[in-house]
Design a protein around this ligand. Structure first.
Ligand code: ZN
Ligand code: ZN
Length: 301
C-alpha cells in the first residue's frame, strides 16, 4: 500500500503548498482522494499516470477539496481518454460538474459515472475482488465523508514442501490456497494448516478530512493500519477548531489512540503557521506513531 500526498494544506493554494489531494495505491488499484486546485499539476510532478486513475473520491464540496476536479476531468478528455471514470462524492457533485461541462461545451471523450452520497451512516460504495471502500461520515460545516479503503484477505500461501511430502497432486493446489483440506487416497485427511501458510495480512487506510473531533468514527476506523486525520490547527487555536468544525493535531492523535490505528498521518494544516513541525510535537504528546504529511511525500506501508 502506497500513499502519495499531492496536497495537504487548508484553504487557498500558495507558492509552495497545495490544497487537499492524495493518491492511494492499493492492490494494484489507484484511487484519487479529493481534488483541490492544482491536483493535475501535482499528479504530473509526482509522475502519476492519469490513465491509471479510474476512481475519484471527493470528501465534501468545499473548494480546497474540489476545485481541481473540473480541470482534471477536462484534461483527461484533451488527452483522448476512453476509459470510464467513476466519481464518488456528496449529492450535488453531478449537477456541479455537468453544468460546467455543458456551459463550456466540453463533453468528455469517456463515460463519466457519478456515485452521489447522502447517507449519514457508513456504507460500502465500491467493491471488487481485492478492495472494498466504505464511507466514514464526518462532522463538518457541510455534508462530508471520509473513506476507508480495505484490502480483502488474499489466498493462503502454499507450503510446497509439505504438499510434495504428502504426494498431493498439483490439481489440489488451488483448493489448498483457498483454505481447503485434502483427503488422500487412503482416506487420511490432511488439515489445511499443514499444507499452507497464513496469507499476507490485509491492510487498510482511513482518510478523515475535514471534521471536528468526532468519536463516532472510531468503530469504523478501528485497527486501521494507517489513519490520515486532518489537523488544521494547533492546540492554541482549539476554540477556533471547534467553531469552524476542524480538528487540532492533538485531537487527531486522540482519535488515532482510541481507534488503535498503527500510523497517524497529519495534514490539512492551516497556512497561518510558519512551519508544521509543531503539529507533530503536539500529536506525539498523545500518540507515538505520528507521520507529518507534506506535499510530494510518499509513504509505503
Ligand atoms: Zn478543507
Ligand atoms: Zn471543508
Amino acid at each position: 500500500m502506497k500513499l502519495t500526498i499531492l496536497g495537504c494544506y487548508a484553504a487557498t493554494p500558495r507558492t509552495l503548498t497545495n490544497p487537499t489531494s492524495q493518491v492511494l495505491e492499493i492492490k494494484n488499484r489507484l484511487f484519487l482522494i479529493d481534488c483541490g486546485e492544482g491536483t493535475q499539476v501535482q499528479l504530473r510532478k509526482n509522475k502519476i499516470k492519469f490513465s491509471k486513475i479510474n476512481h475519484i473520491f471527493i470528501s465534501h464540496l468545499h473548494g480546497d477539496h474540489l476545485y481541481g476536479l473540473i480541470g482534471t476531468i477536462s484534461t483527461f478528455s484533451l488527452l483522448g481518454r476512453t476509459t470510464d471514470l467513476h466519481i464518488y462524492g456528496p449529492k450535488g457533485i453531478k449537477e456541479l460538474i455537468l453544468l460546467q461541462l455543458k456551459l463550456t461545451e466540453s463533453w468528455t471523450t469517456y463515460n463519466l459515472f457519478f456515485h452521489e452520497l447522502e447517507s449519514k451512516e457508513s456504507e460500502v460504495i465500491f467493491e471488487d475482488n481485492r478492495v472494498i471502500v466504505k464511507t466514514i461520515p464526518l462532522k463538518h460545516r457541510v455534508y462530508t465523508n471520509g473513506y476507508l479503503f480495505q484490502e480483502k484477505p488474499g489466498e493462503r500461501k502454499l507450503n510446497v514442501e509439505a504438499a510434495q511430502h504428502y504426494n498431493i497432486h498439483t490439481a489440489y493446489y488451488q483448493k489448498i490456497k483457498n483454505g481447503g483440506n485434502v483427503t488422500l487416497d487412503d482416506g487420511t485427511v490432511i488439515e489445511n494448516e499443514k499444507l499452507s501458510f497464513d496469507p499476507i495480512p490485509a491492510m487498510s487506510y482511513a482518510f478523515c478530512s475535514d471534521t471536528v473531533y468526532n468519536e463516532d468514527v472510531i468503530p469504523i476506523i478501528e485497527n486501521a493500519d494507517v489513519l490520515y486525520h486532518e489537523s488544521t490547527f494547533l492546540e492554541s487555536e482549539a476554540p477556533l477548531a471547534q467553531k469552524t468544525l476542524h480538528s487540532t493535531a492533538k485531537e487527531a492523535a486522540r482519535i488515532a489512540l482510541k481507534a488503535n490505528v498503527k500510523h497517524l498521518v497529519l495534514g490539512h494544516y492551516s497556512t497561518r503557521y510558519d512551519g508544521i513541525e509543531r503539529f507533530k510535537e503536539e500529536a506525539e504528546e498523545v500518540f507515538s506513531n505520528v507521520i507529518l504529511g507534506d506535499d510530494g511525500l510518499s509513504f509505503e506501508f
